[in-house]
Design a protein around this ligand. Structure first.
Ligand SMILES: [Zn+2]
Length: 275
């Protein structure tokens, strides 16, 4: 499943193609919206935004909400380019004079009234989004201080979009590593400076991974590792998928775990049980 940085990059592409532009043609294959093409045609896209793992395309009278779950995918092409021929079903295609944006395979697609957006069951539960520049350390610390999170473990919370929206599987491992926190720590066990550090690292790594696609390791170290012949995939993370390899900071071997069947890798030396 794509994580916050990937969703925001997809939103940027769609934004460039659609925002401020008029929809000249629309194709909808969803039976429940088959008679709604007139809602799109000739209308201008006011705003495109990602919220957590959802995409929102705002029109004057409605908002197109989509959540890709595991299989959904957006593509953006020049209008004259033929659609990709692949094993995915087209759900909706929006064309401006120059571009066509297509949503494939997703099943969670809803046309919402603008006033329904904030109360939508997914949007309503989202925590602060770590990728957008408006989110601050103070927002994250204040959010994590809520009673409902105190007894939960960080390994569980960091995949909960109601905790920090935009963190997914690779960012979970990477943020815990750079924050120096063991995955089994609870929020209640964190000292004030550990909370600040967790918030700072969540913001820093998500934003770096948005700007420099999918790279969470220190960028200078990344260049050094590439220079000695390491592939992009092997060089881009501190700990994620690096199980049984030496930690870049202390040389101890990275440990692999699978809580709830989702990969989590960490360094037992840099991320002690209690510090
Ligand atoms: Zn280490």
């Amino acid at each position: 499943m794509p994580e916050g940085p990937e969703i925001h990059r997809a939103a940027d592409k769609i934004r460039k193609a659609l925002e401020g532009h008029t929809i000249e043609a629309v194709e909808i294959t969803l039976p429940r919206y088959a008679d709604r093409t007139a809602d799109f045609e000739g209308k201008t896209v006011l705003k495109v935004e990602a919220r957590g793992k959802a995409m929102l395309i705002h029109f004057d009278s409605f908002v197109l909400y989509s959540h890709n779950q595991l299989y959904g995918r957006w593509t953006v092409n020049k209008r004259e380019t033929a659609p990709k021929n692949w094993n995915r079903a087209l759900r909706i295609a929006l064309s401006t004079r120059k571009h066509t944006c297509r949503l494939w395979s997703a099943t969670d697609i809803i046309m919402l009234e603008p006033w329904e957006v904030s109360g939508h069951q997914y949007i309503e539960k989202l925590g602060p989004d770590v990728v957008i520049p408006e989110t601050t350390r103070a927002d994250l610390v204040q959010h994590m201080n809520q009673k409902k999170f105190q007894r939960k473990r960080l390994k569980t919370l960091l995949l909960d979009q109601g905790f920090f929206a935009g963190i997914g599987n690779y960012l979970r491992s990477e943020v815990l590593f750079t924050a120096g926190l063991h995955p089994d720590r609870t929020v209640a066990s964190l000292r004030e400076e550990e909370k600040h550090n967790l918030a700072d690292q969540a913001l820093f790594l998500s934003r770096q991974s948005f700007k420099v696609p999918g790279i969470t390791i220190d960028l200078e170290l990344y260049e050094q590792l590439r220079d000695i012949g390491m592939t992009r995939g092997k060089a881009r993370h501190w700990v994620f998928t690096r199980n049984d390899l030496p930690c870049h900071r202390c040389g101890d071997l990275i440990v692999h775990t699978r809580p709830a069947k989702r990969r989590l890798d960490f360094c037992p030396q840099c991320q002690p049980q209690q510090s």
